[in-house]
Structures are given as structure tokens and as C-alpha cells.
Design a protein around this ligand. Structure first.
Ligand SMILES: Cc1ncc(COP(=O)(O)O)c(C=O)c1O
Length: 387
């Protein structure tokens, strides 16, 4: 008898993360010898800071790369706690800091520690797709709340309270700066939302992965307004360490031990070598600010060039490294549009349905995290293709 092939679980039926599929198609083309301009993935074009690489070398020379405590190396946790004092004037005890395998693992741990199957968590749409896909794999319900220009593409107390009144929410997750919109919430808007959530007993989760990458206004941490919020952050973006898979979460006291227990069992620890290297990232400010100046130049270039070639409607680009632009002038299906753009212009970008299933077909996200020459070439190629 032929053995029966295993059938995937129902919970595995999450939607693909389309940007990763686009990246795969782009890499296929590169393997076939074509040159592709990558404007799809939110990945810094610059390497990790020199001091980070030197710290990793030193760890390799030492040779002992082991497990760490599940909550992370104490030296790194101490440095992370200090960052909140230095940058935000907020006192965070080291005991509340958990080092994670990228912010992705931070979300997994936070959701598992704080929510039970069936719990409802509010999300702004358009938003980062892995939130709702991870929630769905965990049996949680991501409640997508459409946001518009009238709230600068951010959730507001009124939107949250309305959704909670319709059916109770257990949590709300926001990102500021946001992906794909780039919007930064003002400190007052963030404070008001944290207060509204907590007044209703809704757990506030703040994704602060794009902190450090703000071009207009300034980004406050939710920790400035509450000791009960969960803050998730990462070395992937500002610190240029995507592949090192290291991030962190700051947890309310009651969730520290639950997160520790789950982390022990799920991951044992975040990569030791990446943790040792990440300690140096906080002091690489000069190098990282130079990288950020490159993003600022790319942002200027895109804000100048995109309207000239017909992408004249996009969301605010206050922070992060994305332009989320309407494509309705060229197409009514951004998935097909992106496929053609990759095949015919050699420019990879992410179609909007990754971020907004209802309205995303009318949008494309361009990432400007790449190098300045690549971004300039991307704009040239698009202009020539659309002519
Ligand atoms: C808003 C947001 N949160 C979280 C992540 C996950 O990043 P990582 O797991 O590398 O920390 C990303 C990656 O693109 C993101 O855009």
C-alpha cells in the first residue's frame, strides 16, 4: 500500500506573505542572469555596522557560540533597557526586556502569552500582513479596521471604541512608523490611543521596529504612556541587521514569566552570536545615521520622481522606508501590474493586497531601503517602462 501523504493542518492555511513570493520571483530572474532592482522587501541595502561585525568576529574567534538564557544575554538586555532611558527618558527595568529571534518571534511570544484562541485583536488596515496571518495560525482573530487619510492612516480612540462596542476586543496592535503607509503617530495621538485602549481593558501592543527612521515629526514609545503595554522592536531595520534575526520585546511584569516559559520551549534562545553583536549596534549611531541620510535622499528622489511618472497619489511618508502609491492610473489589479513591472522593467515592488485585502489591488508599495544608485536606476527604468 502506498503510504498516504500527510495532509496540512487547517491552521496552516494562512495566506502567503506576498512580498516574499515577489522576492522569490525576483531572485529566480537574477539566477537566470537578469539584473533586478529590489524595491519589494523592507531590507536595508547597507550591511550591519562595522562594530557589530567586529563583535561577531570576536565571538567566532572565541568560538563558544551557545544557548543563552531564554530571555537573552543579560548584557544585551541591560543595554536595551538603557536605550529607553537615553532615547526616551523612560525607565525600563532589565527584568521586563526579552530578547527575541527578530520581532517576528516577539509577536509570536506576545500573542501566545497574552491571548487565547478566539480572542479578537484590532489592527489598522493597510498594515503589515504577518500580524493577521500569524494571528490566524494561532487561532486568534485579527480585526481589520480600515484607516484613511482623515485619521492620517492611523487608528484613533473613536475607531477602536466603535470596534470594541460591536464585539469586544482583547488587544490592539499598532505600528508607528507604520508599514506600508509610513505614517508616524504624534505623541499625543499615541497617548490618547493607549489611554482609550487601557480604559476598555484592551491590551496595547506597539510595534516600534521603524523607530529611528523618522523624517517628519518624532516617534514616541508606548512605554512613555503605560507600563502595561507590550512593545516589540528589532535590530532588523534601523540597525541594518535583518538576517541576524534578533529583536526584543518589553513586557508588562505579569507577562514576563509566561513569555520566558514559552520562549524556553519554542526557541530556547535567540542566536547567541547575533545577541553578542547587537550590543554594539546601539553605539554605531554615526554609521547608522549616515545610512539613514541615504534613505532620506532616496525618499526625496521618490517623492520627486514618482508623481512625474504618474504615481501622484500616495500615503504620508513620515517614516520607515516605503511609499504606498495608488496605481489606478495604470491598472486596476496591482498583483498583475507588479508581475509585469518585474518581467518587463526588472523592478520588483509589492502589490497592495499584502497589506489590505479589500483595497490593496489599487496600490503598490515601493521600498526605498536600497542603495541610492539602485533607487535612481529603479526610477529610470519605471519612467522608461511607463512611457
Ligand atoms: C512592521 C513590521 N513589523 C515586523 C517586521 C518583522 O521584522 P523582523 O522579524 O526582522 O524583526 C517587519 C518586517 O518587514 C515589519 O515591516
Amino acid at each position: 500500500m502506498t503510504p498516504k501523504a500527510p495532509r496540512p493542518s487547517r491552521r496552516s492555511a494562512v495566506e502567503p506573505f506576498i512580498v516574499m513570493d515577489v522576492m522569490r520571483a525576483a531572485i529566480d530572474r537574477e539566477q537566470a542572469g537578469e539584473r533586478v532592482i529590489h524595491m519589494e522587501v523592507g531590507q536595508p541595502g547597507a550591511p550591519a555596522p562595522r562594530t557589530v561585525i567586529a563583535a561577531a568576529h570576536a565571538a567566532l574567534v572565541d568560538g563558544r557560540i551557545g544557548y543563552t538564557e531564554a530571555l537573552g544575554l543579560r548584557r544585551l538586555r541591560t543595554r536595551i533597557a538603557r536605550y529607553y532611558g537615553d532615547r526616551h527618558n523612560v525607565d525600563v527595568p532589565i527584568e521586563r526586556v526579552a530578547v527575541t529571534t527578530g520581532s517576528s518571534a516577539g509577536f509570536n511570544l506576545a500573542f501566545l502569552a497574552a491571548f487565547d484562541p478566539g480572542d479578537r485583536i484590532a489592527l489598522a488596515t493597510p498594515g503589515y500582513p504577518a500580524y493577521r496571518n500569524l494571528m490566524s495560525a494561532l487561532g486568534l482573530e485579527g480585526v481589520e479596521i480600515p484607516v484613511n487619510a482623515d485619521t492620517r492612516y492611523a487608528l484613533t480612540p473613536a475607531l477602536l471604541e466603535r470596534a470594541h462596542a460591536e464585539k469586544p476586543l482583547k488587544g490592539v496592535l499598532i505600528a508607528s512608523p507604520a508599514n506600508p503607509s509610513g505614517t508616524v503617530m504624534s505623541p499625543d495621538a499615541l497617548a490618547a490611543l493607549v489611554e482609550a485602549a487601557e480604559a476598555q481593558g484592551i491590551l496595547f501592543i506597539s510595534d516600534e521596529i521603524y523607530h529611528g527612521l523618522v523624517y517628519a515629526g518624532s516617534a514616541a514609545t508606548a512605554l512613555a504612556f503605560s507600563g502595561n503595554a507590550i512593545v516589540v522592536n528589532s535590530f532588523s531595520k534601523y540597525y541594518c541587521m535583518t538576517g541576524w534575526r534578533v529583536g526584543w520585546a518589553v513586557l508588562p511584569e505579569t507577562l514576563v514569566r509566561p513569555v520566558e516559559r514559552i520562549a524556553q520551549n519554542l526557541y530556547i534562545s535567540a542566536p547567541d552570536i547575533s545577541q553578542k553583536a547587537a550590543i554594539a549596534a546601539f553605539d554605531a549611531t554615526q554609521e547608522l545615521e549616515t545610512v539613514k541620510a541615504g534613505y532620506a535622499a532616496n525618499r526625496r528622489l521618490l517623492l520627486d520622481r514618482l508623481p512625474a511618472i504618474g504615481f501622484d497619489e500616495f500615503l504620508p511618508v513620515d517614516g520607515a522606508f516605503y511609499v504606498y502609491a495608488a496605481v489606478n492610473r495604470f491598472a486596476n489589479d496591482s498583483v498583475d501590474f507588479c508581475r509585469r513591472m518585474l518581467a518587463e522593467a526588472g523592478v520588483a515592488a509589492t502589490p497592495g493586497p499584502d497589506f489590505d485585502r479589500a483595497r490593496g489591488h489599487g496600490f503598490v508599495r515601493f521600498s526605498f531601503a536600497g542603495t541610492e544608485p539602485d533607487m535612481a536606476e529603479g526610477m529610470e527604468r519605471l519612467a522608461a517602462w511607463l512611457r
